[in-house]
Design a protein around this ligand. Structure first.
Ligand code: SF4
Length: 258
């Protein structure tokens, strides 16, 4: 098992634990990773080990490749449950992300009107009005909030120095419930530091932030593939279930992927 770099701009379909039959749309280059985070659990590896050299796919290239794949799937299957923006980094960093969302919604309506459009994002570009507006249009606006602990997030997700948890929470709240929060729980060590975020020390303040954001759903998950840091471990099903129960007590709909 090793870290994975996805084809671009279309990959799959794959069977996703959380989303069903998912056709992947990767707005990053095929030869490496582009992300505003550098998570120590990233299935694409560390940024420094997997830098992309090719340009981002253009809006036209994404449109052509997506339409061609949807025509093929219409002819031979499978029927997609979801068209998912994911892949080698952060999709919302693409300068044409809002226009590509409009193209994708139009193609979805034409070929598979029952399919959902999902975006997996790390939330770092939602301060851009056009990105915010695009995310507000889709079916599953899945936004990462791994922790509200400023020190821990700089160890786990490794954003730039101007990242502010409180600003991100305010911006998430502005979706007025039209978002899904996704959060990684894990254990193990990174550079000798204990990375376990399943304890109340991390979970309780995060639940307060989730209550404040009031998303329509929360998805919690744990490591599924090899991670670039090899001392990390999965959170157990019992630990994830306990966090789901804590959310349920606050009347927050949540699911766990083990
Ligand atoms: S935000 Fe996603 S793509 Fe970016 S480093 Fe983290 S896990 Fe990888």
């Amino acid at each position: 098992m090793s870290t994975v770099i996805y084809p671009s701009p279309i990959f799959g379909p794959v069977h996703s634990r959380r989303l069903g039959v998912s056709l992947g749309i990767n707005l990053l280059p095929a030869d490496g990773k582009v992300c505003s985070f550098d998570c120590i659990y990233c299935e694409c590896g560390f940024n420094a080990d997997n830098r992309a050299h090719n340009p981002l796919p253009t809006r036209e290239e994404v449109h052509l490749a997506l339409e061609s794949k949807l025509i093929e799937m219409k002819a031979v299957g499978p029927i997609p449950d979801v068209l998912t923006f994911a892949g080698n980094g952060e999709p919302t960093c693409h300068p044409s992300f809002p226009e590509i969302i409009d193209d994708t919604l139009a193609l979805r309506d034409e070929y598979f009107p029952n399919a959902k459009v999902s975006v997996l994002s790390n939330s770092t570009f939602i301060h851009r009005p056009a990105v915010f507006a695009a995310l507000a249009k889709i079916d599953n606006n899945i936004l990462k909030l791994d922790t509200v602990d400023e020190d821990y997030i700089h160890l786990l997700d490794r954003p730039g120095s101007n990242y502010s948890v409180s600003n991100i929470i305010s911006q998430l709240k502005a979706f007025k419930g039209n978002c899904i929060i996704q959060t990684m729980f894990l254990k193990g060590k990174y550079e000798g530091r204990d990375m376990d975020n399943t304890s109340d020390k991390y979970v309780l303040p995060w639940i307060e932030a989730v209550k404040n954001i009031a998303p329509r759903q929360v998805m919690i998950y744990t490591i599924d593939r090899e991670t670039p840091d090899h001392d990390l471990q999965k959170a157990s099903p019992e630990e994830l279930d306990r966090i789901v129960s804590q959310l349920a007590k606050e009347h927050i709909v949540a699911t766990a992927s083990y």
